[in-house]
Design a protein around this ligand. Structure first.
Ligand code: 5GP
Length: 201
């Protein structure tokens, strides 16, 4: 008898309010888990200084984005603080089929759409230690206008209200600690009984 775990990839959704540190935590995870595939989103937002097309996002016009929606090329999409963001379908489906875990870093409306289509996904909510801490992080980043800051904080309160829809919540008190908690969750998820079988060999 031989013990085996299922080889198919996990769809991992890391979500939570803007400024909570999703990007930093996901970068840490990608650094320590080189086999983890990362889905690059499409957006109509203008690039920030240092951001590159095809690395941080696929930066698109509204018309290009609409075309992707019409052709059903996005798993999910959402309008967030005046811009569109979405997850290209092809990369995610092909990578999962190839047996690799795929990480999506998206906001809450999009995460809830993914949950409808991929209920077997792993949904992790990254929470700030407090709303004040979140505000300080967004201000400290220095990338947002006053209007965008106000809108992002308003969105954050709504996003926190959806926390119970997720499988896990991880407080981002410290990047390394939060990332290691997520890594432990992924390890546990791969060991779930429904991913395991014994074969005659
Ligand atoms: P930012 O403008 O700060 O890069 O992103 C704004 C928000 O959009 C963040 O919460 C980010 O996680 C989220 N986001 C990034 N890519 C996607 C995506 O493909 N779909 C959705 N729904 N949200 C995304």
């Amino acid at each position: 008898m031989k013990a085996s775990y299922e080889q198919s990839g996990l769809l991992i959704v890391v979500s939570g309010p803007s400024g909570v540190g999703k990007g930093t935590v996901c970068n840490y995870l990608r650094g320590v888990m080189p086999d983890l595939a990362y889905s690059i989103s499409a957006t109509t937002r203008t690039p920030r200084v240092g951001e590159e097309h095809g690395v941080n996002y696929f930066f698109q016009t509204k018309d290009e984005f609409q075309e992707m929606i019409q052709k059903d090329e996005l798993i999910e999409w959402a309008e967030y603080v005046g811009n569109y963001y979405g997850t290209p379908r092809r990369y995610v489906e092909e990578t999962l089929a190839a047996g690799k875990d795929v990480l999506l870093e998206i906001e809450v409306q999009g995460a809830m759409q993914v949950k409808k289509h991929f209920p077997q996904g792993l949904f992790i909510f990254l929470a700030p230690p407090s709303l004040e801490d979140l505000r300080e992080r967004i201000v400290g980043r220095g990338t947002e206008t006053q209007e965008s800051l106000t809108n992002r904080l308003a969105a954050a309160s709504e996003e926190l209200a959806q926390l119970s829809e997720y499988d896990y919540v991880v407080v981002n008190d410290q990047v390394e600690k939060a990332s290691e908690r997520i890594r432990a969750i992924l390890t546990a998820e791969h060991c779930k009984t429904h991913r395991f079988w014994m074969s005659e060999e």
